[in-house]
Design a protein around this ligand. Sequence first.
Ligand code: AMP
Length: 115
Amino acid sequence: MADSIFTKIINREIPSEIVFEDERVIAIRDINPQAPVHLLVVPKAPDYQNVAELAAADASLLAHVVATAQSLAEEHAGGQYRLIFNTGAEAGQTIFHVHAHVLAGGLEEGTLAGN
Ligand code: AMP
């Protein structure tokens, strides 16, 4: 299968604003932000299309994605944020390489959809 946009970013084949990286994840600023802070936390492993697959196959990597989201939200937004994993095209997923949206700042009370 062709590399996802995120794999191309991880491999530095296309540019992105990288805000954090370690051996297991990369975090970038979303190119089309839906909130004042809109980051994406992406496992480097290309194997998982969505969060359910990731959870079933590698719970510790999912926990690391969540911990990274938490620490980025503390750094960029005072630690309060919305964490979204779109799952399936009809739910708005466009890139089938699992990623967490971290949204913060200026979110409307009472709305579910952040993206
Ligand atoms: P989803 O729709 O849940 O699959 O999320 C994909 C997200 O990736 C969208 O919010 C896009 O704005 C974002 N995106 C697409 N291409 C890039 C890129 N080159 N750099 C940063 N974010 C991107």
